[in-house]
Design a protein around this ligand. Structure first.
Ligand code: KIV
Length: 275
């Protein structure tokens, strides 16, 4: 069944957990869709896991549109949410609506995600007014890495925890259909989840959220040098890929690949006629 923002609302009401994974390309999106995951996030994390940047700040609208459109071609039932990259919405409410519109028109997104609380509530309101569903993102919002002084857990002290709770209420009031909580203590995420009517989607925020999201490279175990504490590895795909690449290299080198079953035949008498 097709997942929509209504699916998200109803899941919260019924107490059913929601699943979300990132994807950035057609073939990965197709597999995630076939696995029955509720939503795919074309995250601006693509800057780090696909493009090799140190953070998400260099990601452009063109990057997001390119990857979002590829993912859209791979899915049937999964809700497609695409991130608004750094400086595509912070600059003005007008820019936020124009760029959210581009992600829908050119990137075929069915919803957009943007980072921040009270300071982006006017932006959320305006995008929602343009009939584009918005997922909010609170806690460790990676586009603020320089303001935070690094990638750090958010909301630990009383003031910071109260602020996060207030921001969750504010983005709900502004019209967001869901909110991602990233790197927030479990007890606070649980309190926020119980205090608002839209689903919370946690990443490093514990089991009390209404759903979970992971970056697919993290959960597939594709990198051994970058394993966030909150990311369970459901496979060791990185090791398997490396072994397969090395086996291919060896077989080409020693002549065992391609074998006869990998080749095409022809009537060899034709060869005799060639000069
Ligand atoms: O960009 C991203 O992948 C995200 C998730 C980590 C929530 O925002």
């Amino acid at each position: 069944m097709k997942n929509t923002v209504v699916t998200f609302r109803e899941a919260k009401q019924k107490g059913e957990k929601l699943t979300m994974l990132t994807a950035y390309d057609y073939s990965t999106a197709k597999l995630i869709d076939e696995a029955g995951v509720n939503a795919i996030l074309v995250g601006d994390s693509l800057g780090m896991v696909m493009l090799g940047y140190e953070d998400t700040l260099s990601v452009t609208m063109e990057d997001m549109i390119h990857h979002s459109a590829a993912v859209a071609r791979g899915i049937k039932n999964t809700l497609l949410i695409t991130d608004m990259p750094f400086m595509s919405y912070q600059t003005s409410v007008y820019d936020a609506v124009v760029n959210a519109g581009r992600l829908v028109k050119e990137g075929r997104a069915q919803a957009v995600k943007l980072e921040g609380g009270m300071e982006v509530c006017d932006h959320i309101r305006a995008i929602v007014k343009a009939s584009i569903p918005v997922c909010a993102h609170l806690g460790l919002t990676p586009q603020s890495v320089n303001a935070f002084g690094g990638f750090k857990v958010q909301g630990k002290g009383e003031e910071a925890a109260q602020r996060l709770l207030d921001e969750a209420r504010a983005v709900e009031e502004a019209g967001a259909f869901a909110v991602v909580l990233e790197c927030v203590p479990q007890a606070l995420a649980e309190k926020i989840t119980k205090s608002i009517h839209i689903p919370t989607i946690g990443i490093g925020a514990g089991a009390g959220c209404d759903g979970q999201v992971l970056v697919y490279q993290d959960m597939l175990g594709m990198y051994s040098d970058m394993v966030p504490k909150f990311a369970k590895q459901y496979a060791q795909v990185g090791t398997q890929m490396k072994e397969a690449f090395a086996a291919y290299r060896k077989e080409v080198a020693d002549g065992t690949f391609p074998a006869p079953e990998h080749t095409f035949k022809m009537d060899e008498t034709i060869l005799d006629k060639l000069y």
